[in-house]
Every structure is written in structure tokens, then in C-alpha cells.
Design a protein around this ligand. Sequence first.
Ligand SMILES: NC(=O)c1ccc[n+]([C@@H]2O[C@H](COP(=O)([O-])OP(=O)(O)OC[C@H]3O[C@@H](n4cnc5c(N)ncnc54)[C@H](OP(=O)(O)O)[C@@H]3O)[C@@H](O)[C@H]2O)c1
Length: 314
Amino acid sequence: MRAIVINEPGNVEVMKLVDRPMPKATEHQSVIRIHAFGVHRYEVLTRAGGSPSVKFPRVIGVEAVGEVAEAAADSKLTVGQKVMTMMGGFGREVDGSYQEYALVDDDHLYPVDYDGDWITLAEYPENFYTAIGAIKSLGLHAGQTLLVRGGTTAVGLAAVKLAKAMGLTVAATSRRETMLPEIAANGADSAVLDVDNQLDTEASYDGIIDMVGTVSMADSIAHLNQDGVVCVIGLLAGEWVAKEFSPFSLAGKFLTCFDSTEVKQDLVDEMFRLINDHHLEIPIAKVFKLDQIQAAHEYVMASRELGQVIVDND
Ligand SMILES: NC(=O)c1ccc[n+]([C@@H]2O[C@H](COP(=O)([O-])OP(=O)(O)OC[C@H]3O[C@@H](n4cnc5c(N)ncnc54)[C@H](OP(=O)(O)O)[C@@H]3O)[C@@H](O)[C@H]2O)c1
């Protein structure tokens, strides 16, 4: 089988296409045939050496969609079953998605109820799971208002789609004025400019998902209604620690965070019910083949197009 192996971190040329033996199922691990996967900016950082915990040689790639090719000895899965995988060290502690087959712990294989094509299915795992987890952590109900801060990110696009399907009134942000019509075209009720980490609006919201991070958190709190919740899920601005933060700014308001480390099958099922019932999709920016992975990494960093970059592995 073909795999993209990185022996040491570096520029795109360190990603080498090689032939490798097929993995074999074990007692608790199944082999999946990977049909497609999303390519993410944080994988580009890993390839470049920005993830100290990732040891090389490694096949990177943090998520995949495919089918069970050989089931673990004690598996509840069956050969041919449609699954997605993410987390559980996939593409970081163990070899990930940049290959044709992968050996995955059954605990990290999630059956999916979805009849569309593999390329479309590949836009969902990390993006939609993070988005639904963040929305649910806000405890909102239909009719309330949500702001998605980072409305042009793939996770942000997914959050807008899911939140609308849940009956929320949704605004979303970009730092680029030119993207505001695109945010509305993606289904948001309104689009807000984010200028130097300050929202260019007087409006306030019942919930805010903040992906810009510590640099915008205080401004997000200032734009919350009473009893509102800010959920921080990303640090796009690259600042890990909030420099100035007064806990008193939270009076009558709440701050939380969500990360998708713990994947729960019931939330995966709820996510696909919403996707199927409301035909939810986000744009696919571009599709590459496995042997074009170097171009895919260059595209992910250079592109200003909306949507998810996918590798079609068929
Ligand atoms: N918590 C979790 O479990 C989890 C899981 C997955 C992803 N995430 C996080 O979610 C975020 C989005 O991920 P993604 O893969 O969907 O992103 P993405 O699609 O690569 O996001 C690209 C967008 O990020 C915005 N951006 C870039 N630098 C920025 C900055 N300094 N300040 C504000 N916006 C900036 C730009 O929007 P504009 O130019 O239009 O403003 C750009 O269009 C990331 O922070 C990621 O780490 C979290």
C-alpha cells in the first residue's frame, strides 16, 4: 500500500510517497481502508516540526473516513462498515491518514450513518464534531443568538450550518470585509467585521464561539448578554496566555472551552442526524490525490478560499 512517510520534519519535500506492507488487524485494532481525509493547517505545522510531541518517522494526518478492511479479533465492527476516525493520537502518536490503509484502535473508530460520497464525508469529522461540541457547551436553545468568531474557518463554517439547523440566530466574523458577503452566503443571518480583535458592532449575543482566542476573549465577553457563555475553541492569533483578564468582567456571564479530544459516539450520531436531516455541507476548497500531498500542503497555507481541503484516496 502507498503511504506518505515523513522521516524528519521540514519543508514539503520531506513528505515521501513510499510502498509499505499492509497493516494487520490485532485483538483490539482494526484495519481501515482510507477513502478520503481533510488536510489541516495544524498538520502543516506538524510536518514543519511545530509539534514537539510528534516523533518521526511518522505518517501524519489527524482524521480519516473509510471502511473497515479487516476487523479486530474482538471487534463489534464488520468488514465494509463505514467509519470515521479522529483523535486517539491518530497522525501524532500513531500513523495517521496520509496512507491507503491504517491500523486504528477500535475505541477510536466511529461508525457513521451517511450515504453521500467519500469526499463530502471527509469534510465532517474534526470540523463538525468540534463545532457541535462547542455549540452544545453553550447550552443555548432555539431562538437564541450565537456569534461564531472565526466565521471563515472550516470549523466556523460548520458551526454556522449546525447552529442554524438547531434554530439559533447566527452571526459570524471575519477580519476581511470582502468575506462578509461569503459568510452570509454560507447561511449566517449577519456578518460582523473583526478589527484588531474588536468586534465592529454594538450587538450582543447569548453565546459566542471564539476561535481567535486569548486576544479576543475579553471583547467577546463584553459582547455577551447576561447569562451568556463564551466558549474558546482555538487560538488563531497564536497567543496561548491571556495577558490582561479581569474575572469581574464575567459578572453574570460564563467562560468555557471545548476540545474534541474525547469523541463520543452519541454526539457523532447526533451530528450526522443534523447533517442528514438538514443536508448540511461546507464548501470544499480543493481536492487533491495522495501523490499530490506536497501541493495540498502548499495550497492549505497559501489559499484564501473558503472551505476544507480534501485528499481523495480512491
Ligand atoms: N478545540 C478543538 O478541539 C479544535 C478542533 C479543531 C480546530 N480547532 C481550532 O479551530 C480553529 C479553526 O481551525 P480551522 O482548521 O477550521 O481553521 P482554518 O480553516 O485554517 O482557518 C483559516 C481562517 O483563520 C482566520 N485567521 C487566521 N489567522 C487569524 C488571526 N491571527 N486572527 C483571527 N483570525 C485568523 C482567517 O480568517 P479571516 O482572515 O477571514 O479573519 C482564515 O480564513 C483553529 O484555531 C484550530 O486550532 C479546535
